[in-house]
Design a protein around this ligand. Sequence first.
Ligand SMILES: *[C@@H]1O[C@H](CO)[C@@H](O)[C@H](O)[C@H]1NC(C)=O
Ligand SMILES: *[C@@H]1O[C@H](CO)[C@@H](O)[C@H](O)[C@H]1NC(C)=O
Length: 383
Amino acid sequence: MAQYSYTSLNNMASGGRGRRLLFLVAVPLFILGMYYTYHRNMYSKPVVNSPTVIKALYEPILHPVDAHNFTDEDGDVYQLSKAPRFRKKLGKKVLVLDIDSRPMDGPGQLMNEHLEWKGMRPLAAGMLSHYTYAMIHGYDYKLIRAPDYESRWGTWVKVPLMKEALKTHDYIVFMDSDVVVHYPHLPLEWLMNYWNMTEETLVMMAIDPDEPQNYDSRGNRYLNTGFIIAQSSKRTQKMYKDWANCPSNTRYKDCSRWKYEMFHEQSAFGNYIRYDYNRPDDIRVLPCAEANGCPEAINRGGCKGTFIRHYWIDKGQVSKALGDQVMQYFLPRLHQMYHDPASETIVDAKGFRLDGSELIELTPEEKEAHKNEHGKNQKDEGW
Ligand SMILES: *[C@@H]1O[C@H](CO)[C@@H](O)[C@H](O)[C@H]1NC(C)=O
Ligand SMILES: *[C@@H]1O[C@H](CO)[C@@H](O)[C@H](O)[C@H]1NC(C)=O
């Protein structure tokens, strides 16, 4: 009699139903195999399906977009101050954006045909980290290979190109290549809730450390343009336009000075644009401790980069940060797997004593006596 209720795997070895199922499984497997072989020949290396890997690693632990709080790796709890504005994932409405006018095709760089962990340059690590963040949450990602301005310092190009990107996406996250999201499982929507982005907000940027070089002509600290969350609107377009045209000296007197002088577009924003776009919600100033610097820079005004790390202190840290982005999640899984009782990884030989080359089982009395000798002939973490 055919049996159409649940059949366990053990019962599927024989019979018509078993063979049919086998066939159903075999066909897709065969197609998969063909696909795999094809790609294997094409690239001469087996294809690892990276989106699947990323999904497996991060999806089970994604932080909810509308969560009331977030606990960081030090146990500090960050809470929303009001009901969240973003309650659903924004997906492709968000663009994670890299902009660069450099060729980046030398050894260890992203546009080179080969890239390996060893010898990877910070720029490549940063951009791959941004890409990973986008993949995890289903945001769009783009690297814009920008043309240079004829007569301005290279970093100026990000202003007009962010303006362009805001025509196709509702929200953009621009990061310099030495900026990384420290908790990639934490969605941007959560950060925008936490940092109070309203319908009226144009951009959010972190304040720079409290140091003399970071002050504008009116005695206020610069906002760092290495990390920007921008929200698309007519007013945002206008602001970016004014910013990009700042050095023409038409709307803002003497702005041309920042064409080549440090800190270029950042100084233009700090000295002019922010005073022109000064409605209460226009520009959200993010704390240096949360969105600027890194733990190594904590003595620079407490800028430890809790959520967003900016490695201006040492760009060499960026590849390590990319490693952290994977290892802080992979390690607990590896640890769990290691301890899985079913794996029988750990052999407990503590009930024995060593005598020359022999293992001899302890008597109950010996076991009791051994309890007091814990740590003898050992050194914690030492050799
Ligand atoms: C964080 O939020 C959850 C649910 O919203 C709550 O159960 C938990 O107590 C909160 N934790 C802290 C430390 O506030
Ligand atoms: C968000 O609003 C809360 C409550 O008003 C405030 O404490 C916090 O500083 C604001 N955050 C930002 C980044 O403006």
